[in-house]
Design a protein around this ligand. Structure first.
Ligand SMILES: *Cc1c(COP(=O)(O)O)cnc(C)c1O
Length: 359
């Protein structure tokens, strides 16, 4: 049987090596005489693992020492609430860039706490383009600016960081660890683990220390960054297994040569796939080439009546989860760090064969 490649947008595939390692140590973790699922989060074995995971992430992303790294629950969606709760700091107005589906969700939640200035809006181009930053309408008095560096559904990715005189908050759920970023440019970075970190259940939050500790009153104590930071993300029981899985992925990334190396591979993988799409009249991608995502590659077939057949045949060829999001239609190949280059080659080959037969 041919190798299986999973193009799911999230929860997404994990490196095979990591899955095998998890399998090998599932029943007895290290010297714990029990599974990592069965031991206290305050046990020496777990604490050592947790600290190493944090240190490995700090090494990988070069996180400055004045930032806390938190391993929280509630997904990226919980951060849609935690960000305004923690960062308003007496202000009532905030900037949000609206560049896609996840921006829309973040904005809706922020509007429950603050007056949201939409500083740029890609709705009219159906989230296929990003407005020139010089034309953004920034509210200079706002508490922060929030944006989504990679929109997972439309496959729209920033190639720049907005330059503003206020904390920048980034939902990096589907791009974290895919390329190098200068963490010091951000107030808060957050990412659900189930795309490019590991499995669902953990959200990594990287927050600058001076932004911790002035929370909107009468909010859940778990939603206060200070509660989490002061208790090493263990005010209550964390999602121990997914924290552990994230740690194993960080180790794998270090073995691959770190983020600089992953970025080279990711750019090559994405370019190959876009090139295959662009060189055919049968497949197309509507995103401005400058802002095409390295991680999520949507494409449509010239005749959408063939969608069902494409999905059936690709599934039978062991190319899984290529169905696009309903708002975009067609297909989407999510090609996170764990997707080997051979998966891209196999997909491109399949697409060419399908076009030859039905195009
Ligand atoms: C998947 C995703 C989310 C939602 O994450 P949850 O963990 O389900 O809350 C938010 N933002 C982006 C950019 C995503 O890709």
């Amino acid at each position: 049987m041919s190798e299986i490649y999973n193009f799911s947008a999230g929860p997404a595939m994990l490196p095979k090596q990591v899955l095998s390692q998890i399998q090998a140590e599932l029943v007895e973790y290290g010297n714990a005489k029990a599974s990592v699922m069965e031991i206290s989060h305050r046990s020496v074995d777990f604490m050592q693992m947790a600290q190493k995971a944090e240190q490995d992430l700090r090494d990988l992303m070069n996180i400055p020492s004045n930032y806390k790294v938190l391993f929280l629950q509630g997904g990226a969606s919980a951060q849609f609430s935690m960000v305004p709760i923690n960062l308003l700091r007496g202000k009532t107005n905030v900037n949000y860039a609206n560049t896609g589906h996840w921006s829309v969700k973040a904005i809706a939640e922020a509007q429950r706490y603050a007056q949201v200035n939409i500083c740029t809006d890609s709705t009219s181009n159906k989230f296929t383009d990003i407005e020139d930053f010089a034309n953004w309408k920034i509210d200079e008095s706002a508490a922060y600016l929030h944006y989504t560096p990679n929109e997972t559904i439309a496959g729209l990715e920033f190639d720049f960081i907005p330059e503003v005189d206020m904390p920048i908050v980034a939902d990096m759920s589907s791009t974290i660890l895919s390329r190098e970023v200068d963490v010091s440019k951000f107030g808060v970075i957050y990412a659900g683990a189930q795309k490019n970190i590991g499995m669902s259940g953990t959200t990594v939050v990287i927050v600058r220390e001076d932004l911790i500790g002035d929370v909107v009153p009468k909010q859940p104590i778990l939603f206060d960054y200070a509660t989490q930071a002061n208790n090493d993300s263990m005010h209550n029981t964390p999602s121990t297994f997914s924290w552990y899985a994230a740690g194993r992925v960080f180790e794998w990334l270090k073995e691959q040569g770190g983020i600089a190396e992953m970025a080279i591979i990711n750019e090559r993988k994405a370019n190959k796939l876009y090139q295959a799409i662009d060189s055919s009249d049968f497949y197309s991608n509507p995103v401005n080439p400058q802002y095409r995502s390295w991680m999520n590659v949507p494409f449509i077939l010239a005749d959408d009546k063939l969608d069902k057949l494409f999905l059936e045949k690709s599934y039978n060829a062991n190319l899984l989860a290529l169905k696009g999001h309903k708002s975009v239609g067609g297909m989407r190949a999510s090609i996170y760090n764990a997707m080997p280059e051979s998966g891209i080659d196999t997909l491109i080959e399949f697409m060419a064969d399908f076009e030859k037969q039905y195009g």
